[in-house]
Design a protein around this ligand. Structure first.
Ligand code: ATP
Ligand code: MG
Length: 387
């Protein structure tokens, strides 16, 4: 029945000059995301992406998947027909009849981007509404607060009939705004911050610091699993797993205990910055959240990022824990994040971490270590795992 999916573009339409590149990226992302659900013809006209199945496709699966594509504001599953008022009416009866029948009330709403169509939107709504009311006399018309809305769109190549409009993922197409390295722990916050930055059209390389045997294989697998969940939103991800044990042991051996955490975090920044440089990434992303723990005070964050050499973005910096948890649930990472495997941050945790570290003291402590050698060793030992 010419069943298809209409995806309305979001903010991308504001983009003027860059619009074409944005749109090309969006189409590429839609094609990749929907590939597992069958063979589709996918193209864009007038701020809308058309998804037309070629033969047998899993339309329910494709519809679900479409909800995770950034750059899409709204989604409708529709049926296409000829641009003729009676063909439109017939399609509405055939495609939406059961829904109209079981609704408490309905109305018809029309849009027309093809201005050569011989009726105005209002005329078309009235015409089709009248015929539907005859066809389904048991369902009253209610134009104020309808239980069900029959949407009609007269566009360039065809007319489309659809029911409810579903909210899309919003944001911008992943890859349209460059690339970042995201520091991904097994916690609740960093998967959410990764999702949030991807939503702004950024593609992500996740980096995980792994302290075997202080942290277990399961802890590493948990992070790979989290990245796997995030691929729905971010596209394919390859996790850079950085061996971190030697660095942590050296910190313990050479530095005052109260500085363990901040110095460890500075190593994370240096290594992440190296991976960023090697992969053309323009910023680092963390799940830091102001005031949540000792290493997330303004002073500690300043000392931490001082050695990064590129912007450090913290999408969840100002969210409450409750808000982060809500997002984690919504994007599907929460249940995995709360599995009880330890993170390298909980290895050698100081009893009294400095909440206001001093940069001069930190540098003095670091002078006892071969910082460059340790960073090189970690970068060289990095393992790449497809999520
Ligand atoms: P999360 O829930 O994301 O783990 P958190 O509140 O537990 O955050 P920390 O453990 O202090 O906070 O870590 C702050 C940020 O540092 C994390 O959000 C993450 O971006 C990064 N980070 C921490 N541990 C690791 C790790 N093992 N590998 C990669 N990044 C990490
Ligand atoms: Mg953590």
């Amino acid at each position: 029945m010419n069943d298809m999916i209409l995806l309305k573009q979001g903010e991308i339409v504001l983009k003027g000059q860059n619009r074409r590149t944005f749109e090309a990226r969006l189409i590429r992302n839609v094609k990749n995301r929907l590939k597992p659900f069958g063979d589709f013809r996918i193209y864009a006209v007038q701020s809308t992406v058309y998804v037309e199945p070629q033969g047998d496709c899993d339309m329910d699966g494709a519809l679900e998947a479409a909800k995770t594509i950034f750059g899409i504001a709204s989604i409708s599953r529709a049926a296409a027909c000829e641009k003729d008022r009676d063909a439109i009416c017939e399609m509405a009866i055939k495609y939406l009849g059961p829904a109209i029948k079981s609704a408490a009330s309905f109305k018809v709403e029309s849009k027309r981007s093809d201005k050569s169509f011989p009726m105005t939107s209002i005329q078309l709504s009235q015409y089709v509404g009248g015929l539907l009311a005859e066809a389904f006399p048991e369902t009253p018309v209610n134009v104020r607060e309808p239980d069900f809305t029959v949407n009609l769109e007269v566009r360039d190549y065809a007319a489309y009939v659809h029911g409810p409009v579903i909210e899309g993922a919003g944001g911008m197409p992943v890859g349209a705004n460059g690339k970042v390295v995201s520091l991904l722990s097994g916690g609740i916050d960093s998967p959410v911050s990764t999702y949030m930055i991807a939503k702004r059209g950024v593609s992500v390389i996740p980096v995980h610091f792994f302290s075997f045997p202080y942290t277990s294989e399961q802890a590493k697998q948990k992070v790979i699993d989290l990245a796997g969940i995030l691929t729905d939103w971010c596209g394919p991800l390859r996790v850079e797993v950085v061996p971190f044990t030697h660095i942590q042991e050296e910190i313990r051996r050479c530095c005052p205990e109260e500085y363990f955490t901040v110095i460890m975090r500075r190593f994370m920044m240096r290594i992440a910055a190296r991976i960023a440089a090697d992969n053309g990434c323009k910023a680092l992303v963390t799940g830091e959240n102001l005031g949540q723990v000792a290493s997330q005070t303004l002073e500690a964050m300043a000392v931490t990022e001082e050695c990064a050499g590129l912007p450090v973005l913290r999408p969840v910096i100002a969210l409450d824990k409750k808000e982060i948890v809500e997002l984690a649930r919504r994007i599907g990472t929460f249940e995995t994040s709360i599995l009880p495997y330890e993170d390298c941050c909980t290895v050698f945790t100081p009893r009294h971490p400095r909440t206001r570290p001093r940069l001069d003291e930190v540098r003095e402590a670091e002078a006892n270590m071969d910082v460059d050698g340790l960073v090189n060793e970690a970068v060289l030992g990095t393992e790449r795992v497809e999520a």
